[in-house]
Design a protein around this ligand. Structure first.
Ligand code: KIV
Ligand code: ZN
Length: 521
């Protein structure tokens, strides 16, 4: 593939080892989609599945083999001829196929097929030879290598190389090794096994002690030139080395780990999100590189530093992994500088005493809410601006006719400015009829984004709290109201949202839409 001695191949096993995570089963189409994304991002080898495991796996591996343009397509097979034949049947359609065959070589794993050391050695010779007769590209793995006796590991690796394996993968199947040992194991195998220089050594680490990524990188320092990994670290138990972690570590710390990969890192975020969605495995917020908080700074000191210079608290650019930028979520730890910057983004330039006043109310809100969103901030600003001034719109009267017979209609009186106006409108249900009547009196282009009803007390006379969110030309306004009559609460919430929108138009100035007041009454 390359003659660069520092080029590390990325072998992605999201579709095989990753899919083995309990509950992470993906559909045929989802596997094809993920394989396409892996290929696009520059993965060298895609382990597409375990063809003998099921008809579905066989079909997915075959189709991925047919469709993939660049990457080598690999299938997994146990150490028997039937598995290997089935694997070859699936991967042979690929431009560049690979058979990956394995057997557990540690004392615990040798006990299962009940083979002596010699019998297992013979099995390895036979199966790798068979795979190599079918395919030029054969990977062999001694499963649980890190708990296999050193002399025996050396012996079986030599047998596999002699039988024609082109890649020797050294799995830390149970996540037992540690970085120093991981590097040493590969280094010693390369130094001591005859023929080692003619093959690629790979590392495959599980994360049971949280060391998978560190162990994989240490193995590279020891001479491994293929890293096996999965997107989001998906995989059996605690998962595998995460692709995004090793690739970004090699990029950011190239000064001490001078190895390169062919991965386009700007594709990382997208594929991470797709894998999370299709596998159903939510990425923990504090996960390195791809977690929601990986590029978010909340505390005042950090936000202040970030606003002055990004390298104060970021060692890589969010754009490098495909994000549009850093996020400074506002919460109770945020300071004035971040609040001022956020308000500026939202179009509010505050003088110091305005900001001080708002900061006090912002802190009070942040104490009650985990995260303060843009909409909350806009409401804080516009409510402050509106305080003291009368609402432009006010509900004075409402009567609704509804029931099983359509059409439903609403009679409404609104005070608009200083005059009462009245309208009647029909709609698809009482809420729609009432909102249409409001619109007839106060025409606007605001689009309803959210309509939510909560019962705040129990029983037949429960108070309903209604939340209405509307959007007009990129401006969002939320209104809320409570009443024992859900329709009344709905109209009040809608009118409340419109009032906020009106204040916002005034506050944000020129591009505010002209509104004509229709006089019906
Ligand atoms: O963890 C492991 O040992 C494996 C092998 C099949 C390579 O996944
Ligand atoms: Zn594994």
């Amino acid at each position: 593939m390359t003659t660069d001695k520092n080029r590390v191949l990325i072998f992605d096993t999201t579709l095989r080892d990753g899919e083995q995570s309990p509950g992470a089963t993906m559909s045929h189409d989802e596997k094809l989609e993920i394989a396409g994304l892996l290929d696009e991002m520059g993965v060298d080898i895609i382990e597409a599945g375990f063809p003998i495991a099921s008809e579905g796996d066989f079909a997915a591996v075959s189709e991925i083999a047919r469709q993939t343009r660049n990457a080598t397509i690999c299938g997994l097979a146990r150490a028997n001829l039937k598995d290997i034949d089935r694997c070859w049947e699936a991967v042979r359609h690929a431009k560049s196929p690979r058979i990956h065959t394995f057997i557990g070589t540690s004392p615990m794993h040798r006990a299962i097929p009940n083979l002596t050391m010699d019998e297992m050695a013979e099995r390895i010779h036979e199966t790798v030879t068979h795979a190599r007769n079918l395919c030029d590209n054969v990977q062999w793995s001694p499963m649980d290598a890190t708990r296999t006796e050193w002399d025996y590991l050396k012996r079986v690796v030599e047998i596999a190389i002699k039988a024609g394996a082109t890649t020797i993968n050294i799995p830390d199947t149970v996540g037992y090794t540690a970085p120093v040992e991981s590097a040493d194991l590969i280094r010693r195998l390369i130094a001591e096994v005859p023929g080692a220089d003619d093959v690629v050594f790979a590392t495959h680490c599980h994360n049971d002690l949280g060391m998978a990524t560190a162990n994989a990188l240490a193995a590279v320092a020891g001479g491994a030139r293929q890293i096996e990994c999965t997107i989001n670290g998906l995989g059996e138990r605690a998962g595998n080395t995460a692709l995004e972690e090793v690739v970004m570590a090699l990029k950011v710390r190239h000064d001490i780990m001078p190895y390169t990969t062919g991965i386009d890192t700007t594709k990382i975020m997208h594929i991470s999100r797709r894998v999370s969605t299709v596998s159903g495995f939510v990425v923990q917020p504090n996960k390195a590189i791809v977690g929601k908080n990986a590029f978010a700074h909340e505390s005042g000191i950090h936000q202040d530093g970030m606003l002055k210079s990004k390298d104060t608290f970021e060692i890589m650019r969010p754009e490098d992994v495909g994000l549009s930028g850093t996020s400074l979520p506002l919460g109770k730890h945020s300071g004035r500088a971040a609040l001022r910057a956020k308000l500026k983004d939202l179009g509010f330039d505050m003088v110091d005493n305005q900001l001080n006043d708002l900061f006090v109310r912002f802190k009070a809100l942040a104490d009650r809410k985990k995260e303060v969103f843009d909409d909350d901030l806009i409401a804080l600003v516009t409510d402050a601006a509106a305080a003291g001034s009368k609402d432009h719109l006010e509900l004075r009267f409402l009567r609704v006719i509804c029931g099983t017979e359509a059409p439903q209609s609403a009679d409404i009186t609104l005070r608009i400015g200083d005059r009462d106006r009245q309208a009647t409108a029909q709609g698809d249900g009482p809420v729609d009829a009432a909102f249409n009547a409001v619109k007839a009196l106060y025409p606007n282009d605001a689009v309803l984004q959210l309509y939510q009803v909560h019962a705040v007390t129990e029983g037949m006379d429960a108070q309903a709290t209604v939340t209405v969110r509307i959007e007009e030309g990129g401006r969002i306004a939320t209104g809320q109201a409570a009443d024992t009559d859900t329709i009344v609460a709905s109209v009040k919430a809608y009118v409340n949202a419109l009032n906020r929108l009106i204040v916002r138009r005034e506050k944000l100035g020129s591009d505010a839409k002209e509104v004509s007041y229709k006089d019906v009454g």
